[in-house]
Design a protein around this ligand. Structure first.
Ligand code: CS2
Ligand code: MG
Length: 402
């Protein structure tokens, strides 16, 4: 099953997506997501210049060998651009193998360990009443786990909160917009916010919250303690993830479950966090952590230490990535939960897919391969538009993690 063509397709149906499409001599096509939010064209160049020429003529069934070739063979290892490019190739190869054998990818990965994958919704509001309404809407839509974020009194606008009823999409301008951050009001606000949600929605709903890398280890330790009574499902990215020792400090001070990893690219980025059991959930995504092959390596390692999966599933991961994540979710032993931010109707039209949502869970479906197609004609009508993630500053102008 020789690869005879590799095309990199960039489209912007409401937001940018980069897709790798491999074609074999038998006319089969496989898709891989290569979207790196705000750095899309860096991956496009990496694929065009350094990856595509090595794929032509290659046997598409040699998935592990191709992964090793692109990882070890490049000499320059790791990093988001490289690992996203490798991921796209890996996903496309699994898609091709599924189509060639007539099997959905989850069956190639050992088959289902569960009927479907539980997902969590995002609920946000500029103030508490708006947040409580958003949680109600998520529950009415069938979700049993909800990520809660709200505006913080004293901070003009914050991460994770949709502004005017439109779906939240942080990459909002070609040159990064700037936001202002202040930690003390946030630390005062969060316990109040969670108390309000528990008061209105009771004990049974699973609640998650994303700190988005903004605290020091000691601030995070205090927050973890302050919110223990609200029994979070997880507290996400409390400390910038490269500061792994910080998680040891945090772990020693709170039993609030911790989820980390959406910015990690390899098993080497989370080896210490998992091996020392400093976290409860690993959030590496199929797109940014080297594809299905490498994500599974991370998750099998995590299983040894009772760390469960919680794959990143923001809208900047395309429907191809969502499908790939779901095939992994239903087939690994240590699945925790899957993030879901629904794509726009236009994105769904550009990427028709077999996966479905019902009763707070998602299912990858039984179509051969990943079960996603790309409508290239519709994609071409929505060309790339540069968009960057915001930059964060403290009131005195100091740049702070966003
Ligand atoms: C967020 C993301 O989904 C999440 O948990 O942290 O929305 C993140 O900000 C974006 O994916 C960045 O590209
Ligand atoms: Mg996050």
């Amino acid at each position: 099953m020789k690869i005879i063509d590799a095309a990199v397709i960039v489209t912007c149906p409401d937001r940018n997506f980069v897709t790798l499409k491999l074609t074999t001599e038998d006319g089969l096509t496989g898709l891989g997501d290569a979207t790196l939010n705000g750095r899309e064209m860096a991956v496009v160049a990496y694929l065009h210049e350094h990856v595509v020429p090595t794929l032509l003529g290659r046997d598409a069934t040699r998935i592990e060998d191709t992964w090793q070739y692109l990882y070890k063979g490049a000499y320059w290892r790791r990093g988001p651009v490289t690992m996203t490019a490798i991921a796209a190739v890996d996903m496309a190869l699994w898609d091709l193998l599924g189509k060639a054998t007539g099997l959905p990818v989850h069956r190639l990965l050992g088959g289902r360990c569960r009927t479907s994958a539980r997902v969590y919704a995002h609920a946000s509001g500029r103030d508490l009443p708006e947040l409580l309404d958003a949680v109600t809407a998520a529950r009415e839509a069938g979700y049993t786990a909800v990520r809660v974020q709200s505006g913080i009194p004293g901070i003009p606008s914050t991460y994770g909160v949709s502004k005017d009823g439109t779906p939240y999409e942080p990459a909002d301008s070609a040159v990064p917009s700037e936001s202002v951050w202040s930690t003390p009001p946030y630390l005062r606000h969060l316990p109040r916010m969670l108390a309000a949600v528990r008061e209105a929605h009771g004990e049974e709903l699973d609640l998650l919250h994303d700190v988005h890398h903004r605290l020091t280890p000691n601030e995070a330790a205090r927050l973890g303690r302050d919110v223990e009574e609200f029994r979070l499902f997880w507290l996400e990215d409390p400390v910038p993830s490269e500061l792994q020792e910080g998680y040891r400090h945090l772990r020693h001070h709170t039993t609030t479950p911790i989820a980390v990893g959406e910015v990690f690219n390899t098993i080497w980025d989370c080896q210490q966090l998992i091996g020392e059991q400093l976290i409860d959930f690993i959030r590496t995504s199929v797109t940014h952590a080297g594809g299905i092959t490498h994500l599974r390596r991370i998750l099998f390692f995590a299983d040894l230490y009772a760390v469960r999966s919680g794959s990143h599933g923001a809208t900047d991961l395309s429907p191809v990535a969502m499908a790939a994540a779901l095939h992994v979710d239903v087939s690994v032993p240590n699945f925790g939960i899957q993030e879901r931010m629904p794509h726009t109707a236009l994105t769904d039209a550009v990427f028709p897919h077999a996966y479905t949502f019902a009763d707070g869970t998602m299912d990858p479906g039984e179509q051969p391969g990943l079960g996603v197609e790309l409508d290239e004609e519709l994609a071409a009508r929505h060309p790339y538009r540069p968009a960057s993630l915001p930059v964060n500053r403290l009131a005195d102008g100091t740049v702070h993690s966003w």
